[in-house]
Design a protein around this ligand. Sequence first.
Ligand SMILES: C[S@@+](CC[C@H](N)C(=O)[O-])C[C@H]1O[C@@H](n2cnc3c(N)ncnc32)[C@H](O)[C@@H]1O
Length: 489
Amino acid sequence: MLQQLDTADSVRREVAPHIAQKHKSELGQFMTPSSVARFMAGMFPPSTLRTCRLLDAGAGVGALSCAFLDRWVAGGFGFKVIEATAYEVDVKLRGYLKQHLAAYSKVKAEVIAGDYIEMATAEGQQAKGYTHAILNPPYKKINSNSAHRLALRSVGIETVNLYSAFVALAVAQAAPGGQIVAIIPRSFCNGPYYRPFRDFILERAAIRQMHLFESRSKTFKDDDVLQENIIIRLERGGEQGPVTITTSTDDSFNDLVVNEHPFDRIVFPDDPEGFIHVPTTIEKSAIELSAAVRYSLTDLGIKVSTGPVVDFRLKEQLRDMPEEGTVPLIYPGHLSITGTVWPMRGLKKPNAILRNDTTEKWLYPNGFYCVVRRFSSKEEKRRVMASVVDPAAFGDHTVLGFENHMNLFHDNKRGLPELLARGLAVFLNTTAVDESFRRFNGHTQVNATDLKLMKYPSREVLSELGKWSKKHSAITQEMLDEQLRKLIA
Ligand SMILES: C[S@@+](CC[C@H](N)C(=O)[O-])C[C@H]1O[C@@H](n2cnc3c(N)ncnc32)[C@H](O)[C@@H]1O
């Protein structure tokens, strides 16, 4: 049977390519393909409610509402009555939306021409009592002090993106027991800026399910979305229990894997940041299992910071090659697993920075450091890529500049003992660390906060790893992994 969702989907395929890119990114318009919409509608548990009050905020042409209502029409829900409310700001999409919802003669549908954030934050709008919400909200940064930001603040929501704002508002507007299913970027799981959002939803709702697409590029084949997305199901006022994690390679859901995890593997009880992990295997990672990997950086007396030299702000201070009055400026390109090469011609980055009153406060004493790149490319196997800064590469220079594209492990702004720096790099380059990192971070970006919150082996074990690495000139991934296994077993 041809369902209304199929109509919505052909409209999506017809309309989406003609929307100007600028308009698309301004309104965060990425339409959900029908297979994903159907999957999302299928995530709602059976219900004994007589009346369903459905919310679809940022409804586009209505794919998600249609998927939900198609399930109802096909007998997938027992509701007698459905009242559907859809918000959409775009007049053109709204035209299609109205048509698509009107096709359900038994549904009382209301299409609201307006800004969901403005309307939902207006006085008295908080407890709307939606029993179900199905969302693919717009993704766009909310600037501080913008009208959106202030409206959200007035109802106690402090957040930095439209998508988290929509989800927070849907949670706020849900009835007790209300179910919210949303497809959203994964950045809320660990970004420090999303902490108030995480707190907001976890105080009001239980996480029941999360679905992760393992291939980042395939979820929205027709739209060019590179963000890693997850689908989350929340239950308003629910008591938090185990969480179902499902994964599939892409939106065909052919290879769906379902696992259940206790909540303390999703949000670690001792994690002050409340990161949300999405474990993709039932086994604990080697890192989680090992009692030997239990030290915080504070326990180890090590700090981690972002490289302080922001090159575009200090342009006048930078020089392509070293000259009188300059000191080395280090970019990720100077560092590799095999060692530090400086200066490097043809790097397309400056090799040196002037040492003067302006720059002095950004400089570190020459010494051994462990450095982790902040950005890796999607093609790279591991996200966490660590290297050792070797002071011998910089001759007589007493200070160094570290550029902003790297995170730097240091001892209170001084270098580390050589073996400790080398051992940290070995540890961070292991597959086990990478695996455990990916469970809470869906980005190609590695932030200093992420590294701060990880657990490490003791200084002794790290130094042992450092000693071992010094003895080998060529180290393979297998050798690193084997060595860590031996030391923490
Ligand atoms: C990511 S698209 C998803 C559309 C649809 N839910 C789907 O799944 O295909 C988000 C939609 O939200 C709309 N939108 C953006 N800002 C909005 C706002 N402040 N209030 C209501 N809708 C908004 C956009 O025009 C766009 O159609």
